[in-house]
Design a binder for this molecule. Structure first.
Ligand code: FAD
Length: 371
């Protein structure tokens, strides 16, 4: 293949890379290089697919709130199917956990309209919980996202603006002379003045290839199982239900239930596979906190949630390598923050108006690690 040039090369075609590429392609010629053949093969296709405000901290919540209008009303040509549907979110607590529920309630107050629930109301919203779930916070406007629709929508936007997506293009070599030269394992060569590192769990590996100091990203494995719900339960009416501690969440999933023990097991970047222990833990916690018997596990999967040391996303130009841009560290909130993050990437690269008033460039800058 001849040398392929563009204004911007994005390494990694998950939700981070694709959403940013779509936004940037309004003003620039963008190419996305994705190692896998299948779109969303890694974290972006393995998530719990929720938008809710119990995830992360103030900064993550601000990015989520800023993303919400996109999910509520995506551009008319974005996708043929809805990118999400509203689903109530219930965070519940036993008597001994009530204090933490109070703290969470005050932290979330600026982001969601919360309803405080007593034991009766908790059980009405989620009849599967045991009676000791006597306290709850409900946000009736959580969103169950459709990651496939989102990925395809961003891809469509990219292509519609003249950009290209190159699958089966694993970047193996990155050099900077007057511009960035990038080669893939398959032997294809690309050049661009700006390279965006959106390689998810591989973010530090891609930085090393470019001779850029890594950030200290830590991928952490999380496991999900699916199983049958109790006969006679209207599963589709259930909320996304989560313990106030990060112990268990569950929700309806295509006529069954899914659950996660909210594990965070440090891992190297890889095609993450569920471990027997976390699979058993998911079933155990489901039976501990609910009246459901997990008779048979229908399916299971694991994915990596990759965190920067301060658990905030990293987005901005690397001070020590001209034209090298970081877009990593989306942890467990990369889907629900992707529209706002994409606009932030676009604002930083095209030097246009900053899009999220409650977040500042220095909150996200790689300079906080590299000084
Ligand atoms: C179990 C689980 C539950 C989650 N629940 C939620 C949730 O409810 N809500 C939410 O918002 N988020 C959730 N997340 C987090 C969300 O999935 C991630 O934050 C998000 O997918 C990260 O997107 P990404 O594009 O950075 O990573 P990825 O989707 O992993 O994309 C990175 C891409 O880079 C590619 N790549 C790597 N190296 C190279 C290379 N050398 N050359 C070319 N390409 C390369 C990879 O193949 C990969 O496709 C969850 C994650 C998991 C695992």
């Amino acid at each position: 293949m001849p040398l392929l040039t563009s204004d911007i090369l994005v390494i990694g075609g998950g939700i981070a890379g694709l959403s940013a590429a779509a936004a940037l392609s309004r003003d620039a010629h963008v190419r996305v290089l994705e190692a896998e053949e299948q779109i969303g093969f890694h974290s972006s296709g393995r998530s719990a697919t929720m938008l809710h405000y119990a995830l992360g901290d103030r900064l993550v919540r601000a990015l989520t709130l800023a993303s919400r209008p996109f999910f509520d009303e995506p551009p008319s040509d974005f996708a043929d199917v809805p990118v999400g549907r509203e689903m109530p979110v219930l965070v519940y607590a036993r008597d001994d956990e009530r204090g933490e529920l109070d703290v969470l309630g005050s932290e979330l107050a600026g982001f969601a309209h919360l309803e405080r629930l007593d034991g009766v109301a908790v059980s009405q919203l989620c009849p599967l919980l045991k009676e000791d779930a006597r306290h709850g916070l409900a946000d009736h406007r959580g969103i169950r996202l459709d990651p496939h629709a989102l990925l395809q929508g961003f891809l469509r936007q990219l292509r519609g603006s003249g950009g290209q997506f190159h699958s089966k293009s694993r970047v193996a070599k990155i050099e900077h002379r007057a511009t960035w030269s990038v080669s893939t394992e398959e032997g294809d060569e690309f050049q661009a003045p700006i390279v965006i590192n959106a390689a998810g769990a591989w973010g530090d590996s891609v930085a090393r290839l470019a001779g850029v100091q890594p950030i200290g990203l830590q991928p952490k494995r999380r496991t999900i199982i699916t199983f049958d719900g109790p006969a006679g339960t209207k599963l589709e009416e259930l909320p996304f239900a989560k313990t106030v501690h990060d112990e268990l969440y569950f929700a309806p999933e295509s006529g069954r239930l899914f659950a996660s023990p909210m594990d965070e097991i440090p891992a190297d970047p890889c095609d993450a596979q569920p471990d027997d222990y976390e699979v058993a833990l998911a079933a155990f916690r489901m039976e501990e906190r609910t009246t459901v018997k997990v008779e048979r596990i229908h399916s299971k999967w694991a994915g990596l949630r990759t965190f920067a040391p301060d658990r905030h996303p990293v987005c901005g130009f690397e001070g020590q390598a001209e034209g090298f841009f970081w877009l990593v560290g989306q942890g467990g909130f990369g889907l629900q923050t992707s529209p706002a993050m994409a606009e932030i990437v676009s604002a930083l690269i095209t030097k246009s108006r900053w899009p999220v008033a409650d977040v500042q460039p220095e909150d996200l800058s790689p300079d906080r690690f590299h000084g």
